[in-house]
Every structure is written in structure tokens, then in C-alpha cells.
Ligand binder design. Structure first.
Ligand code: SF4
Length: 274
């Protein structure tokens, strides 16, 4: 895969055009991907973001009912008996098109409305969630991210942000460094293997730069990976980085959902690699 931008021919994301407005680049990238492979282009009728309340152990106890604007399920508001968390996807926008993305065809359909997110956070408070997980897509791409992160901190003692480390805007990094916020950043392979997984040339070097900036700002980082073939091969490097920086490293299993189903054979480690 070329490391040049398919729009202007420069190194991808090196110019302000796609760095500041990745949606411009991504529209062309999606067209390029669909014309250069047999994979279907992302559908424009994908499901919206998903929000839920869950317990550990036990799993999901309520999901957001958009029509009724409330969480419905087996769980009831009030004090939980075990760890209760809220799962909140702020957006399905993302600069990447990862081969294992759990969103599948839900990827790339824009942001959730800020007012509805605030309403869901208020309901999560009623359910006494101890932790809110801000996910996506890439949650920091939501235009109201900093405000929404503040609202999540008011709704729960702990906030976990699942980010691919794309955003380097100072106000976002400052918000990520706030007390009670934990940030999980995946490295999906080492160097070009990460770029192969994200299908975004230059993404490894960009996330490494972001990680350095996060560290400088005092962000509580956990390094993660998914144990695909690329992720498994990167584990020694990732352990080394985590030990060197004194941060946790948490690998997780590859789950057959979303895009991973289509790419399963190229993702799953061979028997002799496990
Ligand atoms: S960074 Fe996350 S949300 Fe974005 S494409 Fe990759 S797996 Fe999906």
C-alpha cells in the first residue's frame, strides 16, 4: 500500500487538508479501498451508536432505547451489588478502517447528538454507574468531546476513554490528563504491521507521537493490543515499551465480530504462532 495520500500525493496526513479534516481524506480512501479490493464499501444505512449499562460480572443489564430516551432492560436504577459501568459510543467516525474493527458496517456514520449523550449520562447517574467508558469510533473526534468528558466525570468516579491516539490537540490531551480519567490506546502491530491493521499509512508513527505527548501531560495510559497475528508478533515490543514507560499493557483476544469476520483468516494467528 502506498504511503502517499490518495488525494494530493503527499505523505498521508502530512498536509493540513487531511490532517485537520480527515473526513475529506476518508471519503477518498473509502472509494479507493472499494475500487482496489473486493470488500464492500461501508454502507450508509449502518446502525447508530450503541449505549449500554453493564455489570462485572454479569454483562449488559440495560440498553439505550432511542425512541423512549431511556435505558431499558433487566437492570434497575439504584445502588448496584457489583461493579456497574456505562458503555457510551460518542461517534462512529474514525480516521482508520481497521481490519478487525468491531463496528463493522456501523463505522463511519457520524457523531451522536451531544444533547442525547448528556441525557444518557444523566440516566447512567441514576443507575449509579461507577465507571463510564467513552468509546467510538474515535471518541475524541466528536466535536463536543471535551465537554462530554467533563460530563462523564461528573456522572461517575471513573472514566475510561478508548482512543486510537489520533488526536493531538492540546485541549484534548489536557482533558485526558484530568483526575479520574484512564486512557486505553491500542498498538495493533509493530511499525508497518500497525498501519496494515488500521489501513492508515503513517498511523503507527502518529500514535507513538501521541503517546509521548500524553505521557508528558501526565495522562494515565494503558497500552493495549488485540491478539491478531500482527498483534501477537508485536507483544515483545509492546511489553518492552510498557515496562520502559511504567504503564500497564493489556492484550485482548480477537473476537469474531464486525470487520474481523471478513478478515478472519488473515488476522487469526497460525497454530505455531500462539
Ligand atoms: S481505531 Fe477502533 S473504531 Fe477506528 S477503525 Fe480501528 S477498531 Fe474501528
Amino acid at each position: 500500500m502506498s504511503h502517499d495520500c490518495w488525494v494530493c500525493g503527499q505523505k498521508a496526513f502530512s498536509c493540513g487538508d487531511c490532517s485537520d479534516r480527515p473526513q475529506n481524506y476518508l471519503a477518498v480512501k473509502d472509494a479507493w479501498l472499494s475500487s482496489h479490493s473486493s470488500e464492500p464499501a461501508p454502507s450508509s444505512s449502518g446502525a447508530p451508536v450503541q449505549w449500554a449499562i453493564g455489570e462485572t460480572p454479569g454483562g449488559i443489564i440495560a440498553t439505550w432505547d432511542r425512541a423512549r430516551q431511556q435505558f431499558l432492560g433487566t437492570g434497575t436504577p439504584g445502588q448496584p451489588q457489583s461493579h456497574r459501568y456505562g458503555w457510551l459510543e460518542l461517534t462512529t467516525a474514525c480516521p482508520h478502517r481497521c481490519r478487525h474493527c468491531y463496528l463493522g458496517t456501523r463505522l463511519g456514520h457520524g457523531h451522536a447528538a451531544g444533547a442525547e449523550i448528556l441525557l444518557a449520562l444523566a440516566h447512567m447517574q441514576d443507575f449509579s454507574v461507577q465507571e463510564v467508558v467513552l468509546a467510538g469510533g474515535e471518541p475524541t473526534m466528536h466535536p463536543g468531546f471535551v465537554t462530554l468528558l467533563d460530563a462523564a466525570r461528573a456522572a461517575a468516579t471513573h472514566v475510561r476513554v478508548l482512543t486510537n491516539g489520533w488526536t493531538q490537540r492540546p485541549e484534548v490531551i489536557q482533558a485526558l490528563a484530568a483526575p479520574g480519567v484512564a486512557v486505553e490506546v491500542p498498538l495493533l502491530g509493530w511499525h508497518k504491521d500497525h498501519d496494515w491493521m488500521t489501513r492508515t499509512p503513517g498511523s503507527f508513527s502518529r500514535v507513538m507521537t501521541s503517546l509521548l505527548r500524553y505521557r508528558e501531560a501526565g495522562v494515565a495510559i494503558t497500552l493495549t493490543t488485540t491478539l491478531t497475528r500482527a498483534g501477537l508478533q508485536a507483544v515483545p515490543h509492546l511489553r518492552h515499551v510498557a515496562e520502559d514507560w511504567g504503564i500497564p499493557f493489556v492484550p485482548s483476544k480477537l473476537i469474531p465480530e464486525g470487520a474481523a469476520v471478513d478478515h478472519w483468516t488473515e488476522l487469526v494467528p497460525m497454530g505455531n504462532e500462539v
